[in-house]
Design a protein. Structure first.
Length: 244
């Protein structure tokens, strides 16, 4: 359990935690507790947003700085994964050809548009929602990683992060985590207790569609796909919580 939590922290954040044993059983724990790491990230980012607001920063400025801080705290890996995944899927190629595009170090036009839209929507949404909504968005984003690593979802390659973590998380663990996150999201928007759980459901539904498409086009998940799932879920959670 300790090794799993360490792996989750070192994989999903920049925190210099000393690593331990790494194998698929440890990966199962790490991907299973990913929402908890997301909640910790969300608390840090919500505190930053609230602090900037208290100092008089305009909402959009506070939102932009918060998004930038989130990228720094995760090494930008999830945003990079989103860009690579969109580029691969946008190429209309399948299998090894699409995976080869995903491995290229440059970012294509589809990836650039996806990054720009994601950053803009997240920054603007943070400016419009309460602090607990921010926590829930980052928690749901990492819950998407648990969902992507559930048993039955294959890896696209025989090596790499995707191969290590694919199909490691039991489905009952994912279901339980989703129920807990949805329950925790009830107070996200004061006066509308249904909106938080709805945001979680919308985000996870979109992730399921993305995963289905990736399995069909790529053959399964990669580390980049995990990052794309995290950013998609985070963004859709924030966006849904802004609607009145």
């Amino acid at each position: 359990m300790t090794d799993g939590f360490r792996l989750a922290v070192t994989t999903l954040t920049v925190l210099p935690v000393r690593g331990g044993r790494v194998d698929r059983s440890v990966a199962a724990v790490a991907m299973g507790v990913a929402p908890l790491v997301g909640a910790l990230l969300g608390l840090v980012l919500a505190g930053l947003s609230e602090g900037l607001g208290a100092l008089g920063a305009p909402g959009l400025v506070a939102g932009a700085v918060t998004v930038a801080a989130g990228a720094l705290l995760t090494r930008g890996l999830h945003l990079d994964g989103l860009a690579d995944t969109v580029d691969a899927l946008g190429s209309y190629r399948s299998g090894p050809a699409a995976l080869e595009i995903m491995k290229k170090p440059d970012i294509g036009p589809f990836g650039v548009v996806a990054l720009a839209a994601t950053v803009l929507v997240q920054a603007a949404s943070i400016a419009a929602v309460p602090w607990w909504a921010i926590v829930m968005a980052w928690t749901t984003g990492r819950l998407a990683i648990s969902l992507a690593c559930r048993r039955g979802v294959p890896p696209a390659r025989p090596e790499g992060l995707g191969a290590m973590v694919a199909s490691t998380v039991p489905s009952p663990v994912v279901v339980l985590a989703a129920i807990l996150v949805a329950a925790a999201a009830v107070p996200a928007i004061p006066g509308r207790p249904w909106q938080g759980p709805l945001a979680v459901i919308v985000a996870l539904g979109a992730v399921l569609l993305l995963l289905r498409h990736c399995v069909r086009r790529l053959g399964g998940i990669t580390g980049d796909v995990l990052g794309g799932c995290a950013e998609l879920a985070t963004t859709l959670t924030l966006l849904t919580l802004t609607l009145s």
